[in-house]
Design a protein around this ligand. Structure first.
Ligand code: SF4
Ligand code: SF4
Length: 758
């Protein structure tokens, strides 16, 4: 890892962005932890908390998201016709319309307009599209000064840095760093120690620019084809000044911003601020139909000039994205940044590491690929697939699925080799995935590793602890030597189940019965947790059988081995069919596998009825217990009396990220509380382990840095009320909490099982 200079704030993110992705990640992580942690974590987590509160106040939030998604889907489907309609509307309004095929076309048109008007100074409102086409360098090379008018962009222009966030580009700056920057760059004795003083200082400078500017450039949040109206949402009023003060206004936007009519703006006016910053309404919402009427006054030193308006719509790869069976979904994005703020990895490193040339966060990889090139999206490897962004995206974009597809495309650019092919054949990769790097094949075929590991558990557990073996694992498969590898059990869940059946088990009476899915992670990693969940279900009278253990596609999909995942999903769907046909519900212990059945199989299976049946009939075990208990009026406190637990009654419970996405976490908390446990819950979106992510040498430090939020919450709970038993539902969360806290972790089913034993 790079050695920091004496003052870490001397490394600018632009310097970081110029380095290789691996170096950038390492340095951004160091900068984040040493310099920016307070600012990035504080700002993203505050936005995220406020967003939860704001969307909870929207009465028909889910219906509104559906409407917004439907508007965007239709608009993208009808885009060629809408563009023609928009051109006619803009021209009828008295404006000029230009459809730029490339970034160069857009720049050259804009430069031509400005040179015709002999423009020397342009004020620009925040526009990520202008970053995408590199407009500022083009104009500056032609002698035109560009003044960024958004406060955050102004700060970054002074600092010569790139944005680190879509909505709050200078989010990585604390107030103290802005004060230091302004003091360094401007010759001023003014006090700049508060937000108000800093804002007043910047406003004085910017006001002069607005008055002096010959042209204003803005983006647009949405554009209505039927009237040529622009919707502009902002919080500082600078966009209003940019559109009204200078005589020439140029609006630049991607073609995906076009919707049929002004009435389509409505859902987005509510969803955008709520999703972005947690506000019910942004301070300034402008709906304009330019060119606007001339101002009733002329600024000092200016002559009266008629208003002129140019709409520059940019394709730059978007038409190809529209044709792409996967990437077209990214065109629905309204750039609210909810997916950045809810993302534990983004909260830790920000957009300079988790970002590309222009676009950042989980959605950024698709945009970098669509408007640039695939390899610009390498940072999307930081997407762990935790899925927390999916339910929080106002247009329901399946961001992890996009990133898994990018990973597949990047995998396919790798050179094939005999070693990889032999390894792929031994582990069971689909033929299309045999070219992928060995590390991905290793992590993507967990079921093979687990199967052999449990069969030869003594040998496997002994040898994986040898330093030489750990060196090989790190160098060949990228498994970080600092991660403790969980021991393989001597018996799988399937074996333990058979043994219990042989001892004789009373049949359950509650209908319908269930099949517990012997998911590979529980079967080969933690069979005792599977047995505990099974016994808890039996304790309330449910008839339980165990399925055979077959891979579900989760491990393969997370490595971008989508064909292997597809093959495995088909086999699992076929295996589960008879159980579903006989009326049994499917119970899944490992939440990441539950999420496969609930959400991900729709991408992998052609049979829509099988997808729907699996999604509707799969449950987390304690969710099933709580649902049955509430439906049948079971006395949980009597069945599972917390006082009888041999572990004590004070708990700290951490729900798995995908369990939360499946809406299958709150039931566990309700159940434990109803049983009499005193439960403190974690407030993090993800523990940072995320399956194989935290095992990887390249990401170990990031994984632990993300985990630190969770560890701090455990420590605080311990301090406030004495040590608590640590309880978590996911395999990865167990491993991360064990690594961070050095204590044993229980599955909630193990805790409830212990109440049955006395
Ligand atoms: S799936 Fe998780 S890691 Fe990936 S972008 Fe979404 S929140 Fe971030
Ligand atoms: S992908 Fe969704 S959550 Fe992320 S910025 Fe776009 S609209 Fe917002």
């Amino acid at each position: 890892m790079a050695v920091l200079p004496a003052n870490p704030s001397d490394i600018t993110p632009r310097q970081v962005a110029n380095k290789s992705r691996k170096q950038a990640l390492a340095e951004a992580l160091r900068m984040t932890l040493d310099v920016q942690s307070a600012a990035i974590r504080h700002n993203t987590q505050t936005f995220n908390r406020n967003r939860y509160a704001a969307v909870a106040r929207i009465a028909d939030y889910d219906a509104m998201k559906d409407r917004a998604r439907a508007i965007k889907e239709k608009a993208i489907a009808d885009l060629p016709a809408l563009l023609q309609q928009l051109e006619a509307s803009v021209v009828a309004n008295g404006g000029h319309f230009f459809l730029a095929k490339t970034a160069a076309d857009a720049n050259s048109y804009i430069l031509d307009v400005l040179q015709r008007h002999q423009v020397k100074l342009v004020v620009k409102g925040k526009s990520i599209t202008s970053e995408e086409i590199r407009l500022n360098p083009t104009l500056e090379a032609a002698g035109i000064t560009v003044a960024e008018s958004d406060l955050a962009e102004f700060i970054l222009q002074v600092a010569d840095e790139q944005p680190s966030h879509n909505v709050a580009p200078a989010l990585h700056y604390s107030r103290e760093r802005i004060t230091a920057l302004f003091k360094r760059k401007f010759d001023t004795d003014l006090p700049l120690d508060t937000g108000e003083e800093l804002t007043r200082f910047a406003r004085e400078i910017l006001r002069q620019k607005f008055i002096a500017a010959d042209a204003g450039i803005t983006g647009a949040n949405l554009i209505a084809a039927d009237s040529g109206s622009l919707m502009l949402v902002e919080s500082e009023g600078n966009i209003r000044m940019t559109t009204t003060l200078p005589p020439v206004h140029i609006a630049i936007a991607g073609i995906e911003k076009v919707v049929p009519s002004r009435s389509d703006f409505q859902s987005f006016i509510e969803l955008l601020p709520a999703s972005a910053t947690g506000q019910q309404l942004t301070s300034y919402v402008s709906i304009l139909r330019p060119p606007l009427p001339a101002l009733p006054f002329v600024a000092p030193g200016k002559t009266e000039r008629p208003r002129e308006f140019h709409m520059v719509l940019i394709d730059n790869g978007r038409s190809a994205m529209r044709e792409d069976p996967v990437l077209h979904e990214a065109l629905y994005c309204i750039r609210c940044s909810a997916c950045l703020n809810v993302c534990a990895n983004f909260e830790t490193v920000g957009g300079h590491a988790f970002g590309g040339e222009t676009y950042s966060g989980g959605i950024g990889g698709s945009w970098e690929t669509g408007t640039g090139k695939l390899m610009n999206a390498r940072f999307s490897e930081l997407c762990t697939g935790c899925s927390r962004c999916v339910p929080n995206c106002p247009v329901r974009i399946d961001i992890p699925w996009l990133n898994q597809n990018l990973r597949q495309r990047m995998n396919q650019t790798q050179e094939n080799s005999t070693v990889k092919s032999i390894f792929g054949s031994l582990t069971g990769s689909a033929p299309q995935d045999k070219a992928v790097p060995l590390q991905k094949q290793f992590f993507g075929n967990y079921h093979t590793v687990g199967k052999w590991g449990t069969q030869f558990a003594v040998l496997a557990n002994g040898s994986t602890r040898l330093p030489m073996a750990r060196d090989v694992m790190e160098n060949v498969f990228g498994v970080d030597h600092r991660r403790e590898l969980p021991a393989f059990p001597r018996k799988t869940w399937e074996q333990l189940f058979r043994e219990e059946q042989q001892r004789g088990v009373k049949a359950g009476t509650i209908e319908p019965g269930v099949v517990m899915l012997a998911d590979t992670f529980t079967n080969y990693g933690s069979p005792e947790r599977g047995m505990a969940a099974l016994r808890v279900l039996r304790a309330i009278g449910v008839d339980v059988v165990l399925s055979p253990s077959v891979p579900d596609g989760r491990a393969a999909m997370s490595q971008g081995m989508i064909e292997t995942a597809r093959f495995q999903a088909r086999a699992m769907s076929k295996m589960l069919r008879p159980y579903l046909d006989s009326g049994r519900k499917v119970i899944v212990v490992e939440p990441s596998v539950l999420a496969m059945l609930r959400f991900d199989f729709k991408h992998l299976l052609d049979d829509e009825s099988a997808v729907a049946a699996l999604a509707a009939n799969s449950f987390e075990p304690l969710q099933a217990v709580w649902d049955i208990a509430t439906e049948t009026g079971l006395d949980v406190a009597k069945l599972f009396p917390a006082a009888k637990s041999r572990y004590g009654t004070k708990l700290f419970y951490h729900a798995h990220c995908q369990q939360k996405t499946c809406n299958a976490a709150s039931q566990t908390i309700e159940l434990l509380r109803a049983a009499g446990f005193d439960v403190v819950t974690s407030a993090v979106e993800c523990c940072g382990m995320a399956g194989s992510f935290g095992y990887k040498h390249d990401y170990y430090e990031l994984s632990m840095a993300v985990g630190e939020d969770l560890f701090a919450q455990v420590r605080l709970a311990d301090l406030e009320g004495g040590p608590r038993v640590l309880v978590a539902s996911g395999v990865s969360c167990h491993e991360q909490l064990t690594a961070g806290m050095g204590r044993a972790i229980l599955h909630p089913a193990e805790l409830l099982q212990s109440t049955l034993e006395g």
